[in-house]
Design a binder for this molecule. Sequence first.
Ligand code: PEP
Ligand code: MG
Length: 548
Amino acid sequence: MGALSGVGVGRGIAVAKVLRMPEPLAPPSDEPLAADAGAEHERVRQALEGVAHELQARAAAAGGDAQQVLEAAALMAQDPAILDDVRARLDGGANAERATWDAYGAFRDMLTAMGGYMAERATDLDDVAQRVVARLRGVAAPGVPQSDEPFILVARDLAPADTATLDLERTLALVTEEGGPTSHTAILARSKSLPAVVGVVGLLSAVADGQRMIVDARAGTVVLDPDDASVAAALVERESRAAASSAPITEGALADGTKVPLLANVGSPKDAPAAVALGAEGVGLFRTEFLFLDSSSAPSVEAQTVAYTELLQAFPGKKVVARVLDAGADKPLPFLNDAHEENPALGLRGIRALRATEQILRDQLTALANAQAATEAELWVMAPMIADVEETEYFVGLGRELGLRTVGAMAEVPSIAVVADQVLEVADFVSIGTNDLTQYTLAADRQLGSVAAFQDPWHPAVLRLVGMLGEAGAKAGKPVGVCGEAAADPALAVVLVGLGVTSLSMSASALADVRAELLTVTLDEARERAARAVAARSAAGARAAAAA
Ligand code: PEP
Ligand code: MG
């Protein structure tokens, strides 16, 4: 029996045999084409066709979001521009594997350079290339393995295409050697309520296919080859945690009755029914970008009014916090800012971009005010990336001028925490976006794998900033919520409340686990855990200190 630890996602327990994800293929050799070029063209054609058919068949079997991802991948296996490039490389003397690998690699680099949504599709191209090369080599394709038995999936890390093709009926837990709390694996685990432990150092060299394992997401541990007594104890604990998470939906509260409203993050009106069904007490972050991302100009006030009204109607009498357009960096929008910036995350984004194009902001606030007037929801409106009180005064002033009743600021730029007292004199509330707050506090691009370890909201520096905001909120008598991914981590949610956070907003799928965890502590205990976490010297230290 051996134990390893990493970063737990959720609070569930799983006991099952391990299924390892095959490692990616080694790059092909540079040896020039020895075979007859005509035969090599035919071999590549058949491999591409085979991969396209296989992906189409898996798309049809998968349904839902996975279907779209797989259909898009199938199209990539037949993309005429890529095929032309493969043929040209074969004609230039490259062998079949090399020609395919390089052609897909060139398109991958092109997408990566475009940034944003396009860059996120780059890994899908890698996946298609690996499948084609596997066929040419006659070996098993990398990617998510299939099994008739329930299993715990062990992998280096999961790519978006892998996460879409996972068999959720049989996958009981995810364990990865790499990746942090905001990796694709962690996001998938959270959205599907799957227990996971990510960033488990030494995992791949310690675990073999078919080995029995206990995964404890709350503790962030995996136990290899557990004895029967450990398995029996884990199964009892699993049932008790599952029962707590599926308990009847109650309002978010601590064990001593302190209320902590639990709200949902939504990306469009179509997310509302699931949020309501899972017991969201309102919406803590309505990301309004969905209306803007696919268009080349801002939508009209009328079109926006219709969409916002649709969402607000789903929450009569409840709070809905809408964020005005957050463009720039990971959410590029050419009509707001098409200037080339070396560091777009530090550029004209969020409130800065809106201010530079004020009519777009005025139109959006007008549409939100129309929706407020047309529905029974309690609408709060906030701006992303507010850095100081001057920007707060600007946004709150404009919101009030256009008829909005409750206007606040998102805390994502660390400076806002330093001047939180000034900001909370003006803003009606603050909502902390821990994804960006962590990125800027640790100077670690949230989209960059090489610095993913820094993108950890448990870092004591981030927690101290949250504490400064919580304290300023308490002094001003105004709410300070959290709407970043951190709120979806049950153990961290407790610490955030201990730091003075008054509401938590998360993907609806995380609500049950967070609700259950909050009920296990009093406010005094939450404060004690918070005090231990902020005194720690690292993110891992804070996790351990809070759990001690
Ligand atoms: C955040 O930064 O934490 C946040 C909630 O906003 P987004 O993830 O949309 O940038
Ligand atoms: Mg943000």
